[in-house]
Design a protein around this ligand. Structure first.
Ligand code: FAD
Length: 389
């Protein structure tokens, strides 16, 4: 048997199929996709798709790829001792398995009604909820929170956002950089330093005991990898499916790509779970090459270790972040007070670890190349946003 099974129905799963065929896999290809839709793009779900109906289905042609796409069929288990995936339709044997089950939003506690945005159905439900006069309460002034706030304001809705940190995006970017985003939130009733403890029948209860009445409650407090189905399978899971730099799990013949993977980064000397569109797009190239190249061949195995890249569209601006910063890094704010501001994070030895650009796509491209090259820019000249990296 030469059957590759892909578990998951998002960007990473679609790209794996394209790459496997492009690189010459001529055996069976079977995709288990829990959702009823063929794979689609998620970034528009908190952007254009909240303003109007959007079809974001990917162009991947599964028929042309001769891939057996099983819609609405989830992988429910992986046998520990046999190469079979369990589903509600029975067991499916494989010679190679690619795990691409992505991540799912963490809901808020409480039994009242709430929205999350992960699927096209979630976005359609939220769009319907953003009706005229609705008061929208967001939990989390984060990537998702900022984008939903942007759409809700554009529709003329009243928006309140509850954020436990001292500034928007402070969890991701730190307090100093987060504070620079405050002016963007001027049309939002932003409640900082307090969290939502419970969604009630009529709104949300906050950590200070107060209650906010809401027509729509949206949770934007993070995601977790969809790995429950792998329990007891022999595949190591530690905040994501643990893979090496070749995207191989701890079980031979089993690989993981996209949001679900915690991939070893040679560059950063640790496992990274990169929940970004770009990583789900590019990782499958490497996974397919490794699968088809076979271990122990004459060529060195390809490595997936790009500088991570993420964007977000908020309040009429494009935020672009490249790299990966840690608590020990020093942050340099670039162009403080100007429209072209940004930030750079330097490791204790001066290496550029991460860079934030606002509305400056060219600068982001330079920054990514500089991080890739291990550049050590002069911190003083970095403060000038026009200084080349
Ligand atoms: P997913 O897209 O999560 O797809 C996984 C698929 O597997 C899903 O269809 C799921 O239903 C299915 N599945 C789960 N469990 C099983 C199972 N047991 N069996 C079979 N199928 C299963 N990134 C950016 O860089 N910029 C952005 O602006 C941006 N905006 C975003 C906005 C939203 C609303 C969301 C949700 C994400 C956004 N992202 C953004 C992140 C980006 O979309 C993800 O990184 C990307 O979708 C990851 O792709 P994936 O295929 O790994 O996982």
């Amino acid at each position: 048997m030469n059957r590759i099974v892909v578990a998951g129905g998002g960007l990473a799963a679609a790209r794996v199929c394209e790459q496997l065929r492009a690189k010459g896999h001529d055996g069976e290809l079977l995709v288990l996709c829990a959702e009823p839709h063929p794979p689609y793009d998620r970034p528009p779900l908190t952007k254009a798709a909240l303003l109007e109906e959007r079809d974001t289905t990917l162009r991947t042609d599964f028929e042309l790829l001769e891939a057996d796409l099983r819609l609405g069929v989830a992988a429910t288990g992986l046998a520990p001792d046999r190469d079979v995936v369990q589903t509600a339709e029975g067991e499916i044997p494989f010679s190679t398995l690619v795990i691409a089950t992505g991540s799912a939003p963490v809901p808020l506690p409480g039994s009242g009604p709430q929205h999350v945005v992960r699927t096209a159905q979630d976005a359609a439900r939220l769009r319907a909820g953003l009706r005229p006069g609705a008061h929208v309460v967001l939990a989390g002034a984060s990537w998702i929170g900022g984008e939903v706030a942007t759409a809700a304001l554009r529709l003329g809705r009243r928006v309140t956002c509850v954020e436990p940190g001292p500034a928007p995006l402070s969890t991701a970017l730190g307090d100093e950089v987060g504070a620079l985003f405050l002016p963007w939130w001027s049309d939002v009733d932003l409640r900082l330093g307090v969290g939502v403890t419970e969604v009630t029948a009529t709104g949300v209860r906050l950590g200070d005991g107060s209650h906010l009445t809401a027509d729509v409650v949206v949770a934007g407090i993070g995601v977790r990898p969809q790995t429950d189905w792998l329990s007891g399978s022999g595949v190591e899971v530690d905040r994501g499916v643990v893979v090496d730099e070749h995207l191989r799990t701890t079980r031979p013949g089993v690989y993981a790509v996209g949001d679900v993977a915690a991939r070893w980064s040679v560059r950063w000397n640790r496992h990274l779970r990169v929940e970004h569109w770009d990583d789900a797009r590019t990782g499958p190239d490497v996974a397919a090459a490794v699968i088809l190249g076979g271990d122990g061949g004459p060529e060195p195995l390809p490595v997936h270790d790009p500088v991570p890249y993420f964007w977000s569209d908020q309040f009429g601006h494009k935020i672009q972040y490249v790299g990966q910063h840690g608590a020990e890094d020093a942050v340099v704010v670039r162009g403080r007070g100007s429209a072209k501001w940004g930030a750079a994070w330097l490791a204790p030895d001066g290496t550029l670890n991460a860079h934030l650009s606002i509305d400056q796509p060219k600068q982001m491209i330079h920054a990514r190349a500089a991080i890739d090259a291990g550049a050590k820019p002069d911190p003083e000249s970095l403060a000038d946003p026009d200084a080349l990296l």
